[in-house]
Ligand binder design. Structure first.
Ligand code: NAD
Length: 505
């Protein structure tokens, strides 16, 4: 956090409350960097407790009217929002690239995957349909309806500043809830632009709000009695804290955490295809994806040719500012994070790993932004920090396994269970892997198995705290609660007093 005077000249990023920008008076703010230049781009307000309370109150007041709005009308606003996001893909992507650093093409991909969730939410009348049993007992019908929860909150990470908010708010508001988004303070502009589009789509003021900030804002959302549910995506220690605190306060919570995604390569795999996949999934978005592959588990004799093929491809990756056409990998999010990632590579040899390619020696590190070259480590083992920690940068480790069982054991013993992939030509082996592996998202010859929006996304183990996965059908379940109605329209002539427990036969 910086002080108010120092940054008076820099552009200011405010909250969005009640359908309009809402400047903060907290006097607290953070700096938003352009990672490609290493310069401060803007300052973002950090909400006070009172400002969070104000946003929640505005949302609480908007809720009765929004939940009573017909499903067809809510669907119509989703269709309009779909058109607006579609026609503004590039504008959103540019905001992402300027603050996150990923390439424009990658940012366009992020917007496309976020948009899928709005498209899914266009089907809300179908998705919120209940169930009906006629004649459950004589003259009695039983039916279940799903109703929105009220005011719900979403707390999102820096690495997908548009997609992850769309994972959450599309379903949440389509279901009839009012939403408070607390985006990452590192790249907050895309969420504000999305808020404008939500308004232009015809969603009433107060239904969608953005509160900028740090842990002060998050803590208030976790404590506020009018917040009924919290969706979180971020690192595992924070996810665990969010889950424990918000559930203790009686809220419904889905908290997605960090990852250490493995790619198991069997001896029969197509080496070129596996190398293409490993390089794409490890270094895309500079490794700052929760579904990035960070460990290749090479079974048997596949290790040497695979490492050679990966190394050869790494040398061709074009690293540079994300706004410049042709670059394939941009900088990391902050200088501190870049230095932290570099420290894993610097320590790897002392831990016993072979440093095949040292990204810290890449000429790109001498540029003014937060750049780091791509690194490849071999003979990495559990117990080394470069294996045990989520590095979240362009560092790929190769772990050598003797057999399929050995490789599987490594993966299943890892505390994380987000994404995992197997590369093989053997359908039986792939099917066995799908049966055996302890992870929520499995790719078979697919390195980044992020499900389409009509399935749900979520890891296992330390990658998710809570019961329901995010977006898709489980997202609708998360943002609604069931009410079961038992109904009789009696014939008064059959009515009588009966103190026995209700029977159905
Ligand atoms: P982060 O945990 O630092 O921050 C996430 C959010 O929590 C931000 O909005 C931040 O302001 C807030 N926050 C941070 N520290 C807090 C604290 N002490 N108390 C309360 N709130 C706090 O995560 P990040 O660095 O923004 O994102 C990267 C992490 O997110 C990685 O671990 C990555 O694997 C994970 N991630 C997971 C998924 C998934 O689907 N599982 C998706 C994307 C990112």
């Amino acid at each position: 956090m910086a002080t108010a005077d120092a940054a008076a000249a820099v552009a200011r990023i405010d909250h969005w409350i009640g359908g309009k920008p809402a400047p903060s008076t907290s006097g607290r703010y953070g700096e938003v960097w352009n990672p490609a230049t290493g310069e401060v781009r803007a300052r973002v307000d950090f909400a006070s407790v009172e400002e969070v309370d104000h946003a929640v109150e505005i949302a609480r007041r908007a809720f009765p009217e929004w939940r009573a709005t017909p499903l067809s009308r809510r669907a119509e606003t989703m269709f309009k929002l779909r058109e607006l996001v579609d026609s503004n893909r590039r504008n959103i992507a540019e905001l992402i690239t300027l603050e996150h650093g990923k390439t424009l093409a990658d940012a366009m991909g992020e917007v496309a995957r976020g948009l899928e969730n709005i498209e899914f939410a266009c089907g809300i009348p179908q998705l919120m349909k209940g169930e009906y049993s006629e004649q459950s007992s004589r003259g009695i019908d039983v039916y279940q309806i799903r109703q929105p929860l009220g005011v719900v909150a979403g707390i999102t990470p820096f690495n997908f500043p548009a997609m992850v908010p769309m994972w959450m708010f599309a379903n949440a508001i389509a279901c009839g809830n009012c939403f408070i988004l607390k985006p990452s303070e590192k790249d907050p502009s895309a969420s504000l632009f999305l808020a404008e589009l939500v308004k232009r789509a015809g969603v009433p003021d107060g239904v969608f709000n953005v509160v900028q900030g740090d842990k002060v804002a998050v803590q208030r959302l976790l404590d506020h009695p009018d917040i009924k549910a919290v969706s979180f995506v971020g690192s595992t220690p924070v996810a665990k804290y969010i889950y424990e605190t918000a559930t203790k306060n009686g809220k419904r919570v889905q908290a997605l955490g960090g990852a250490k995604n493995h790619m198991l390569v069997l001896p029969d795999a197509d080496i070129a295809m596996a190398a293409d996949a490993a390089v794409s999934a490890a270094y895309g978005s500079a490794g700052e994806r929760c579904m990035a592959i960070s460990a290749v588990v090479a079974v048997g004799a596949v290790a040497d040719p695979l490492i050679a093929a990966i190394r050869e491809r790494m040398s061709r990756i074009k690293i540079g500012p994300g706004m410049e056409e042709g670059n394939e990998m941009g900088p990391l999010i902050t200088r501190e994070h870049r230095d932290r990632v570099a420290s894993y590579v610097a320590n790897a040899a002392a831990e016993g790993a072979d440093v095949v390619v040292d990204g810290c020696e890449d000429a790109v590190c001498r540029r003014s932004g937060f750049f780091l070259g791509t690194s490849l480590l071999d003979r990495v083992k559990p117990g080394m920090r470069c294996y045990d920690d989520e590095i979240f940068g362009p560092v790929l480790s190769v772990v050598r396994a003797e057999t399929y069982e050995h490789g599987l054991r490594l993966i299943n013993e890892n505390p994380y269970g987000n994404g995992v992939a197997i590369f093989t030509r053997d359908g039986g082996a792939a099917r066995q892997f799908q049966f055996d592996v302890e992870a929520g998202l499995v790719g078979i010859n697919v390195p980044i198995p992020v499900p389409v929006a009509y399935f749900s996304f979520g890891g296992w183990k330390a990658s998710l705290f809570g019961d329901l996965h995010m977006y898709g059908p489980e997202g609708v379940q998360f943002y609604t609660r069931a009410k079961v109605v038992t109904s009789r329209w009696p014939d008064p002539s059959t009515s009588k007093v009966d103190l026995g427990f209700p029977q159905v036969r």
